[in-house]
Write a protein that binds this ligand. Structure first.
Ligand code: IVH
Length: 708
């Protein structure tokens, strides 16, 4: 275990590089997933990459990328089930990997709430079930709907299947009129073994682990199949409620048990972090004998009014965390090192491994991050793995952090084959032969080919059509690869997608006559493309694949400028990285200098700009929707907080104001609409008075925004 590269040992540069790499890998995985061609990585590996990403972000919050994969939850709903929009978004959990992380969790909550270290603060601690989450909706005590998490906002309607699960009551007594019960569907070890024996007997492929078996069983289109698969359900959370269940987490769990749900018997109330950690070790010791898979322990703030104050980050609650069990390890031989070229030209080494089972999942490739990592160096010239490099033919130790992370933890040089040479990292792009260069301070070597590099162009296009971007049905990663090299109907840049139909018409509608195509599939594709000519501003900006421009940031920028024309005019005017337009861009909350530069540079670059302009000519770009803050008294206003706040911390006040559609600024200017001044307010209050800006004290502010 000690050989594992713990996040705590990562240098800042290595962390930054790894985050960049993870963002690329996860984007790629999303694209492949969307294209419905065989994804390169399993769901578990995907989850594991996301976890590693979150782990690094937790250690280096300031390195969190604007396009961070953490701001995206789960996978899209599969076709075949109807979709269900969750009344309350289904969240995931942040991770803790060691005791220190748990202490930090406690500390950060206290800080947010303004509680000192001695103030009482209790948590529940319970096993984290390794299954899949399900939301059950009861209206007037009747089960009316069951939905998987999906992407957190929209899941799959699996009501018929959920009804076959004996732990799920069809009707409950004395329940609130609207009650959404959330929990985990899982399969016991015993049932899993039996199911796999049946699968093998029937000549069907066995499931890799109980979680896959549970997922495969719940997501059966034929509920009769689900019925034959013994699934179970633990309730541990809730969504929409017409009346609160209780005042505490524990009280709510008790209510769920009264409603005849199974709740986990190892759920315990803990008054200190020591007690939480003790319970963690207690659960870990029982892990093998529980009879079902768990992958950690979840801690939740017990007081529900504190949970409400703490609220959520983009996809995780501040009031809960999952403390994961340590990674599993296995040794195998490194058969080769491939270099993949990403959308932004990053050359990423990928280990091709002799397949090895690591905790129930077969791993045959792993990330090697970058050239320094392969060479046993960190980006600052220090060593990793005691300076041991990785060579083809080496025995390497593979690990999966938490669940399934295909990464290399160590190398056994005593088993190194004779004549094994150090890996020579290519200095040219393996796809287009352009120079691949490493800029000062960058851990990543990048292809300089830009648009001439087919790998970059293809990856950019794949990103363009991916789920969070244009999401064109029937035009996924696989089709992009096919069309990219098509002699008659090439798609080389995004605009080519929207001219495809007219080009095909000039080409005698030959697409329909191709092998594997027909009038119907060609027609479907034209319709799907047509449908996406109307595109929201934020999506378009994200789809362009400009470096550092993630989904969240794209949407922030879209909301800031409202419409495309205004935005385009502003970024063009900001070309010199100075002046009011530049300042205005930097003032957008969540837009940093690096991102702003990348954005302005992209629009200042002739070829890229021409390609964007041509694309936009083909589109109908929708104005950005402002967040729904109807009824909010402070929507669109700029608020400044100063002095001491006594009822909430600054962080909480800021989060609340922003949730209500206000912009929180650090200093008072003519643009300020409202100053909230606590005791001790000084120069800001004075300036506000001079400028005639409305000033409230904390109580006035609370009264204004209400307690909601
Ligand atoms: S609480 C708002 N409790 O872990 C927080 N989640 O990694 C809701 N999970 O999506 C989740 N056991 O599917 C919670 N005891 C437990 C859990 C648990 C398993 C799953 C759940 C969630 C995922 C987050």
């Amino acid at each position: 275990m000690s050989k594992l590269i713990p996040v705590s040992d990562l240098t800042e540069d290595a962390a930054r590089a790894e985050l960049a790499q993870l963002a690329e890998q996860l984007t790629r995985a999303n694209t492949l997933y969307h294209g419905k061609d065989a994804p390169e990585i399993s769901d578990a590996e995907y989850d594991a990459l996301k976890r590693r990403n979150a782990e690094i972000e937790a250690r280096f919050p300031y390195l969190k990328r604007e396009d961070s994969p953490s701001d995206q939850v789960g996978a899209r709903p599969a076709d075949g089930f109807s979709k269900v929009a969750h009344a309350v978004r289904m969240m995931s959990l942040g991770n803790a990997f060691d005791d220190e992380d748990v202490q930090d969790f406690d500390r950060s909550i206290r800080k947010y709430l303004g509680l000192d270290g001695a103030a009482p603060l209790t948590f529940t601690a319970e096993p984290k079930i390794d299954g899949l989450s399900l939301s059950l909706r009861y209206e007037k005590g009747q089960l009316v709907q069951a939905a998987t998490r999906g992407d957190g906002e929209v899941g799959e309607n699996v009501t018929a299947n959920a009804r076959t699960i004996s732990d799920i009551p069809h009707a409950i007594d004395n329940a609130p009129d609207v009650l959404e019960v959330r929990g985990e569907v899982y399969m016991s070890h015993e049932d899993f073994e039996k199911l796999n024996a049946r699968q093998e007997e029937a000549g069907d492929k066995p499931f890799a682990n109980p979680r896959n078996a549970a997922a495969g069983s719940l997501r059966q289109l034929d509920a009769a199949i689900t019925r034959a698969r013994p699934l179970r359900f633990f309730a541990y959370a809730w969504g929409e409620l017409s009346d609160p269940l209780a005042e505490t987490q524990m009280g709510a769990i008790d209510r769920l048990r009264d409603f005849k749900f199974s709740t986990n018997p190892l759920t315990k109330l803990c008054a200190t972090t020591d007690e939480m950690l003790e319970h963690y070790r207690n659960i870990e010791a029982q892990r093998a004998s529980l009879g079902y898979d768990i992958d950690g322990v979840v801690y939740k703030v017990n007081d529900l009014s504190l949970q409400a104050r703490l609220g959520f980050r983009s996809t995780t609650p501040r009031w809960a965390i999952a403390h994961k069990f340590p990674a599993e390890l296995a040794w195998t031989r490194l058969e080769g090192i491939d270099i993949q070229v990403g959308r932004t030209g990053a050359l990423s080494p990928v280990a091709r491994l002799h397949p090895v089972t690591v905790g129930g999942v077969v791993v045959s490739n792993a990330t090697l991050h970058n050239e320094d990592y392969v060479a046993g160096r960190d980006a600052k010239g220090g060593t990793i793995r005691d300076g041991k490099d990785i060579r083809i033919g080496d025995w390497v130790q593979v690990y999966r952090a938490g669940d399934v992370i295909p990464k290399i933890a160590d190398v056994d040089i005593s088993k190194r084959p004779d004549g094994a040479e150090p890996f020579e990292f290519p200095k040219t792009c393996p796809e287009c032969n352009s120079d691949a260069v490493r800029e000062e301070g960058d851990a990543i070597r990048r292809c300089t080919g830009g648009v001439i590099c087919p790998a970059q162009a293809v990856e950019k296009l794949k990103h363009f059509v991916s789920r969070k971007a244009f999401d064109i049905e029937g035009l996924g990663a696989k089709q992009i690869e096919m069309f990219y090299d098509d002699p008659d109907l090439p798609i080389r840049t995004p605009v080519d997608i929207f001219t495809l139909r007219t080009r095909d018409a000039k080409n005698l509608n030959k697409l329909a006559n191709r092998k594997g195509w027909g009038a119907q599939s060609a027609g479907n594709l034209w319709d799907a493309i047509e449908e996406k000519r109307r595109i929201p501003f934020g999506r378009l900006l994200f789809a362009l694949g400009i470096r550092h421009m993630g989904e969240a940031a794209s949407n922030l920028i879209a909301t800031h400028y409202g419409n495309w024309a205004e935005f385009e005019q502003a970024v063009t005017a900001a070309a010199g990285f100075e002046g009011p337009e530049w300042e205005d861009l930097l003032s957008v909350d969540g837009v940093g200098e690096v991102m702003a530069r990348a954005l302005v540079s992209a629009f200042a670059q002739n070829a890229e700009r021409a390609s964007i302009d041509k694309l936009v000519d083909e589109l109908d770009v929708q104005e950005a929707k402002r967040p729904d803050t109807s009824g909010s008294p402070v929507a669109g206003k700029t608020v400044v907080f100063t002095g001491t706040l006594e009822k909430m911390t600054r962080a909480e006040a800021k989060a609340r104001a922003e949730a209500l559609g206000a912009k929180v600024a650090g200093s008072v200017s003519k643009k300020t609409d409202l100053l909230v001044a606590g005791p001790g307010a000084g120069s800001k209050a004075k300036k506000a008075t001079e400028l005639g800006i409305e000033t409230l004290d904390e109580d006035g502010w609370i009264q204004l925004i209400g307690t909601a």
